[in-house]
Design a protein around this ligand. Structure first.
Ligand code: PLP
Length: 343
């Protein structure tokens, strides 16, 4: 019954003939274990899910050799990017961010009175921590670093990032957004949070875990920092539903699903790379579930070519350029992209 009602209502969004690859959603998720846990959790939704929240915080902490006191849960990591901006805005000052990057938190930061300074990437579209370092002054309250970066897909070498974290003044918070780390081969920087109370690492169940619609994210921070952040939530750690939390707990216990998604992403990404190469469209090697590429030498309108085959999602993040980002779908979805480009 559920399936029928649901499918009918969602029909316009789930037509099989439409391929949606614009928001870096995982085309495979949620995993079976998460789905089962979420279905079972529906009937417990009359209760507040404190116990599950605690279990999830403990499990997340354990994954990074940390404690539940180091973990703050939110309704997606975007809620927590907002909380960190609010925290930074308690004192007037500036925010630094390489750009283009994930900009969702920027309008709120500006409204909160922070002066947001965007810093250019290198010519190879990588984040240049020297540029960021040179821009730090006594007014810098917050530095946002998305690693791997969205939309460019580049990753900062771990030793370089670690040195940057160590050398950043203690009064400046570093918000390190690791939404896509699971797709890269580089480690999380979460092991540094106890040593550096000015480091906040944001992570999510929306990408590799395939639970974007469930809305569960978290930050890892020194316990004192984590407490200050959760104090700014109307109800600490209580943004995600009982159903979503149960799915998150189950997916931590199912690492084979993440390994599967990572492998499939590599295969599907290669299909797209091959298509881009065939059409001589330059791209940045990606450490994520999306690819950034330059269509300025492509004779047709890339987006229109895909849209005429019912493939939606190619998006621009740099006005005045023809760089586009496309999310990686399943292997067969990326084969459909390749076919559309050939036609
Ligand atoms: N951070 C980055 C870099 C993202 O790309 C996204 C979503 O696309 C988010 C955070 C927000 O994710 P969520 O709020 O679903 O956890």
């Amino acid at each position: 019954l559920f399936a029928n009602v649901f499918n009918e209502q969602l029909m316009p969004y789930q037509q099989e003939s439409i391929i949606k690859i614009g928001s870096n959603e995982n085309p495979h998720g949620p995993g079976m274990a998460a789905k089962k846990a979420m279905i079972e959790a529906v009937s417990g939704s009359n209760r507040y899910p404190w116990d599950v929240t605690t279990i999830l915080r403990e499990k997340i902490g354990k994954q990074f050799n940390l404690k539940k006191e180091n973990v703050v849960i939110g309704a997606g990591s975007s809620e927590l990017l907002g909380v960190v901006s609010t925290w930074a805005a308690l004192q007037k000052g500036t925010v630094l961010s390489p750009d283009p990057t994930f900009r969702l938190w920027i309008p709120a930061a500006k409204r909160l009175g922070l002066d947001v300074k965007l810093l250019p990437l290198t010519t190879g579209k990588a984040i240049d921590l020297n540029t960021v370092n040179n821009a730090i002054d006594s007014k810098t309250k917050l530095i946002y670093i998305c690693n791997p970066n969205n939309p460019t897909g580049t990753v900062i070498p771990p030793a370089t990032l670690e040195t940057f974290i160590k050398n950043t003044p203690k009064q400046t918070t570093i918000l390190l957004d690791e939404a896509y780390t699971e797709f890269s081969n580089e480690p999380s920087m979460a092991h540094l949070v106890n040593e550096y109370p000015n480091l906040v690492v944001a992570k999510t169940f929306s990408k590799a875990y395939g639970m974007a619609g469930a809305r569960v994210g978290y930050v890892l921070a020194h316990a004192d920092t984590a407490k200050q952040l959760s104090d700014l939530q109307p109800w600490a750690n209580a943004g995600a539903s009982a159903v979503s939390l149960a799915g998150a707990v189950a997916s931590i216990d199912d690492p084979s699903f993440i390994a599967f998604c990572k492998q499939e992403n590599i295969k599907a990404r290669q299909v797209f790379y091959d298509a881009l190469n065939e059409h001589q469209i330059p791209f940045i090697t990606s450490h994520t579930s999306f690819v950034y590429f330059d269509t300025s030498g492509y004779s047709k309108d890339f987006r229109s070519v895909l849209e005429s085959s019912n493939i939606f999602g190619a998006r621009t993040f740099e006005d005045g350029t023809k760089w586009l980002r496309l999310s990686i779908g399943t292997v067969s979805e990326m084969q459909a992209v390749a076919k559309a480009l050939k036609s």
